[in-house]
Design a protein around this ligand. Structure first.
Ligand code: S3P
Length: 454
């Protein structure tokens, strides 16, 4: 049989039906993944608050960066159409975001809401109201409201200032040294952005290092940033002056992870994912798959506007179970759903620990991955801070649900490659948050579509 990858639109939701030959389908060819989501958000935000023009190539056209662009446009920032090869942002300069006439809507994007809060809170005498979709309105915002309040911010929200919608009255802030209880780039970046307009040294210390795109890009835009890798501390010396830059956004390793796992688990596969960001704070998935004895090689390594990039080649291999936890987890936090899929096809029992943060992502990813994979026949147990996955049980088609979480939708589609019978993914439209062309690329890799898609 030829593979079946079929989308049914039943507004407001879409259903993805997947069926692959019993002998599996070998994935071959070269693909490009869309731009890195974290770097896309930051390029729009720093462009917005810098002086002069910022030019961005390779911006992710997913729903999340669109939310960021819409919020900053509503605060007076000129942003050219996002579909163009080069997007230009006409920066207003630090402290010059206008008071928006309506509620700012961050959609599904935690990065938009949490990073933006640092900027809003530090715009004296301006009032902002911010909200998001149902998922975002249930995610904890106190993790950034608490440190911002220590800096003197005035923020109100539901459930004792924990949940959006939020109201912000901008203030002149004071610098703090914040010891973050979790390794979170959103917390770290929020505080650093608040520190830009704050006189003195604002420092964040994390229990282990989270992604450092903010530090790299802030420095490139001219901020005075110092990093102490031994203590996982970053300091911004405010007030800063930022100048517009050219940013070339590399492909997102979190999106590439779906193809890395797809190639590793499907016999006969040999594919190259071009132009992927390999910032060491993001390459935990490469380390994890290597520990599972996946066959992955890095080719054509280079540096692109301050971020390391390579082409990743993956070939099928027999995977072995492994244990993952500790400092590795922040380096692959968004890849745990698809890593769990890889573990289903590995020999032995894979244990993932120290990953309780997954419970406060776009959905409770530990609970949802455990329940949805179990419905296919997987032997998987949910733990308070992780998953235990027994490899080797055959999977049988069933109806599964994304819970409106983009990475769950895509991880389930990758599991379908090695599932017997028909898998139906409900609410599959969620993939567009970070990877609008995911289905087209899956079809291309299965030999169903002649046109390369990214
Ligand atoms: C992100 C940080 C991570 C990650 C998210 C993007 C960022 O969240 O899960 O997808 O761009 O800063 P946390 O900071 O909550 O770990």
């Amino acid at each position: 049989m030829t593979p079946r990858i079929q989308l049914t639109d039943a507004a407001p939701h879409q259903t993805l039906t997947l069926e692959f030959p019993a002998e599996g389908v070998a994935l071959t060819g070269r693909v490009r993944v869309p731009g890195d989501k974290s770097i896309s958000h930051r390029s729009l935000m720093l462009g917005a608050i810098a002086r002069g023009e910022t030019r961005i190539q390779g911006l992710l056209l997913g729903e999340d960066p669109r939310s960021t662009a819409a919020c900053f446009a509503a605060m007076g920032v000129g942003i050219s159409p996002l579909e163009a090869e080069w997007v230009t942002v006409q920066g207003v300069g630090l402290g010059n975001l206008q008071e928006p006439a309506d509620v700012l809507n961050a959609g599904n994007s935690g990065t938009t809401l949490r990073l933006m809060l640092g900027l809003l809170a530090s715009h004296p005498d301006r009032y902002f109201a911010v909200t998001g979709d149902g998922s975002l309105r249930s995610r904890p915002m106190d993790r950034v409201i608490k440190p911002l309040t220590q800096m003197g911010a005035a923020i109100w929200g539901r459930q004792n200032n924990r949940l959006a919608p939020l109201a912000v009255r901008g203030q002149r802030l004071k610098p703090i040294h914040y010891q973050s209880p979790v390794a979170s780039a959103q917390i770290k970046s929020c505080i650093l952005l608040a520190g830009l307009m704050t006189e003195g040294k604002t420092t964040v210390t994390e229990p282990s290092l989270s992604r450092d795109h903010s530090e790299r890009m802030l420095r490139a835009f001219g901020a005075d940033i110092s990093v102490d890798p031994d203590t996982c501390s970053v300091t911004v010396h405010g007030p800063a002056t930022l100048t517009g830059q050219t940013v070339v956004v590399p492909g997102d390793i979190s999106s590439a992870a779906f193809w890395l796992v797809a190639g590793a688990i499907t016999p006969g596969s040999d594919l190259v994912i071009e132009n992927v960001g390999i910032n060491p704070t993001r390459t935990g998935i490469l380390d994890a798959l290597e520990a599972m004895e996946a066959d992955i090689t890095l080719e054509n390594r280079r540096d692109v506007t301050g971020e390391p990039v390579a082409d990743l080649r993956v070939r099928h291999s027999r995977l072995k179970a492994a244990h993952f936890g500790g400092d590795l987890i922040p380096r692959l936090i968004d890849e745990v759903p698809v890593l769990a899929v890889a573990a289903l096809f590995a020999e032995g029992t894979t244990v993932i620990t120290d990953a309780a943060e997954l419970r406060v992502k776009e959905c409770d990813r530990l609970s949802v991955m455990a329940s949805q994979l179990a419905s296919l026949g997987a032997q998987i147990e949910e733990q308070p801070d992780g998953l235990t996955i027994h490899g080797g049980s055959p999977l049988t088609g069933a109806v599964v649900d994304s819970y409106t979480d983009h990475r769950i939708a895509m991880a389930m589609a990758i599991a379908a490659l090695r599932t017997q019978g028909v898998m139906t993914v409900k609410r599959a439209e969620a993939a567009a948050v970070s990877y609008p062309s995911f289905r087209a690329t899956l079809a291309q890799l299965c030999g169903l579509s002649p046109t390369p898609a990214s």
